[in-house]
Design a protein around this ligand. Sequence first.
Ligand code: ADA
Length: 548
Amino acid sequence: MLRLFPEHEIRIVQSLDGLWTLKAAGEERTAPVPGVWESLPGLGDWRGTAEYRRGVSLPRRGGVLLRFGGVSHTARVYWDGREVGGHYNAFTGFDILIPEAEAGAHTLTVAVDNRFSPESALHIPNDYMTYGGITRPVEAHMVEGAYIQRTAFYARETGEGAFEVHARVWVHAMKGGRYSLTVDAAGGSGEAHMTLSEGETGSEEVIFGVQNVSVWDQNSPNLYRLRAVLGQNGVQIDNLFDRVGFRTVEVAGEDILLNHKKLTIRGFNRHEDWGQFGCAVPPQAMALDLELMRDMGGNSVRTCHYPNDQRFLDLCDEMGMLVWEEHHARAIPGEILRTETFERQISDCNREMIAQHVNHPCIYVWGVLNECESETEFGRGVYEKNLRQLREMDPTRPVTFATCRHYTDVCLDLADIVSWNLYPLWYTDEDPEKCIRDILAWSDGHGAKGKPCLVSEIGAGAIPGYHDPLGRVKWSEERQADILQFQLSAALRDKRLSGVYVWQFADCRVCEEKWFSARPRTMNNKGVVDEFRRPKMGYAAVKKAFGG
Ligand code: ADA
């Protein structure tokens, strides 16, 4: 299932997870969904277009909404052999509506492509792997007349334990008519009406007050049920549940405040990648990752470098883990940034990320364009455009980007929080304390003054199991632990910083194209646990620095 809780009570929902037929590299076999084909024998490094197929049995005649959590990276979807839609980008979900289908047996086919080409501006050979497969859950929903697409929840604090709820609800009508909407949460409720014509999507905002709520906080992540109900002629025809939290996030001068209290981030960068599962990480493994981060004293995770699985965000909501979620763009070269394909694909990614994830209380900041061209006037335009789009869609959260354009960045003033990727003692020989102090002093003269600052990446590599207790050479576990200890204690001592994110939580696979030679094992080995979550010596170093 796409979420960790039931989202619907009225429409019939079928999970399409399980074994599908996969035709890849000229061979047919069964393959699990969610899954990546790289996990299967013989397909470990295969790139191409594959076909996933399965039967779907409908209990009655009517509309079918196919919901995909993520397909890596391009999908074309066929229903009984007829193309019904498609999607680009592994890391956001998409829905396809079939307005009328007969009861009984049907065939669902998905052509999945994970090749790099000029058509793919966000998935490029990169320092993480672009896998192939239907990598997140799939569902089929029976919908009739009209259905609720999504909600966007925002709660404005009006007093202690009191909030004004703003809930916008989007409805798609397959049959035109007048519809009623009811929304309730935390003992409060409100209503609205809308008239929609056939094929139209519309939205209404419902506003109501709630009292005596317990806020969502890191130590007490209180969640409430948000329910939207769609009615027609006095009959409930559809509903949608989400889980929300009441909390405030503010940027106040050089501090980040959660529920009016200053936050100090002790965070981890985490790729969605796990040993044999690739980016199709099972929920139990996601929960284990969060437990390990918590054990080290972590309180935040950065979803480098793309929107994450809804179920991971659900777990962060439940566990009080703060999230920096970012759109999908890591070190995109200038010539790609200048293409119309990039503009379209990144704008779609922004829109889908916010539409799908805006209700998660765990997300406290949105990020864009990790290590892109923030040192030129052209690049500034790209940053401005992306930050503007996020702010327009969600005016309630701060925005940031992680930069490595040391002493040349011209975009710091555009962000609400200024974030630096720094690797003293790994890529450079600088003393971490001086490296951080100097870049922050420079930043204050170049747009960061009066804003919070974060170290968004810091870390060092170690090949798991490689020990050198005397020489402590680079790539040994000893050296990684030494470096992390210096880096983290310097970052946490610096009063100008609001916190630090370790690069990275776990080792992750990288694209062989372009990356293998700088990455032993074809892995980014800067994890403090390996790809199977076995701790390296760095684990204890981080735990000590973070007070876990
Ligand atoms: C970068 C980048 C990461 C990763 C890291 C590294 O700053 O943002 O994705 O590549 O460096 O390991 O060098």
